[in-house]
Unconditional design. Structure first.
Length: 255
């Protein structure tokens, strides 16, 4: 019988448009739980300057700030739980850099991945990096991906990914917390979305969108998946109760 695997899934920080409270809470969760695997689900940085959308001039020179904030965050996560296996799934925002170089300087496009990993010291921090569109599938039966589709309502984007992949999936990208189940023949597949750690109002959103601050813990034991979502309401008492619950479950699972 294999040991249960405890996984924290933190996604869509979008530095520098992060939510400070959510970021602090995610670091505290890592420190308390000490997950076996820490999955950074993508869009760690916003890569605003590389977007094809219309941009505000004042934000164009802030890429170094994005890197500095992300570097500090990764450092704090590593200090909080240095023995956790850490995985970073590139999202569509990290992918903006490579796509920008393909358009503007094709000869340098291959440098995008190398440079980003060097700037954020992924090797020194033992962080495994997966390209946008790739999956992390070492925690059977659950697969992790950033996600490449968006649907209305929480859980529906992940359900679409399950339909595409034919496997149980946990994803980011939608900025929503939700889950759904899909029966495919004799199998029941799981679809999870792990919220976001960014501000709920962005310059491209006219109103507060249907997003939820939060993250997920998964307990994977002998082919069974237990999902523990953390919805952050910025009520410190509620947050402490949720973190205490995660810690208790993690400690109990480890015996």
């Amino acid at each position: 019988m294999s040991e249960p695997q405890i996984v924290l899934h933190l996604t869509d920080q979008h530095f520098p448009d992060h939510d400070p409270y959510a970021i602090r809470t995610s670091i505290e969760a890592v420190s308390l739980v000490k997950p076996d695997v820490l999955v950074l689900g993508g869009d760690l940085i916003d890569a605003y300057a590389f977007s094809r959308f219309e941009k505000k001039t004042a934000k164009l020179a802030k890429f170094q700030k994005e890197i500095d904030l992300a570097d500090d965050y990764l450092g704090r996560l590593h200090e909080a739980s240095p023995d956790s296996e850490t995985v970073w799934m590139y999202g569509n925002h990290e992918d903006r850099i490579e796509r920008y170089l393909h358009r503007q300087a094709p000869a340098l496009a291959d440098m995008a991945k190398v440079s980003l990993q060097e700037w954020l010291s992924t090797n020194a921090r033992n962080i495994s990096v997966y390209d946008y569109g790739e999956t992390y599938d070492h925690l059977s039966p659950l697969v992790f991906a950033h996600g490449t589709v968006i649907r209305k309502k929480a859980g529906m984007s992940a359900a679409s990914m399950v339909d595409m992949e034919g496997r149980s999936i946990a994803m980011g990208h939608s900025h929503r917390l939700g889950m759904s189940l899909r029966r495919m023949g004799p199998r029941v597949l799981h679809a999870y979305e792990s919220g976001c750690l960014c501000k709920l109002r962005q310059e491209y959103t006219k109103h507060t969108p249907d997003w939820q601050l939060g993250f997920s813990m998964f307990l994977i034991d002998n082919g069974q998946i237990q999902w523990l979502p953390v919805h952050l309401t910025k009520n410190s008492k509620h947050t402490k109760m949720q973190l205490r619950l995660l810690t208790t479950i993690a400690d109990t699972a480890r015996g």
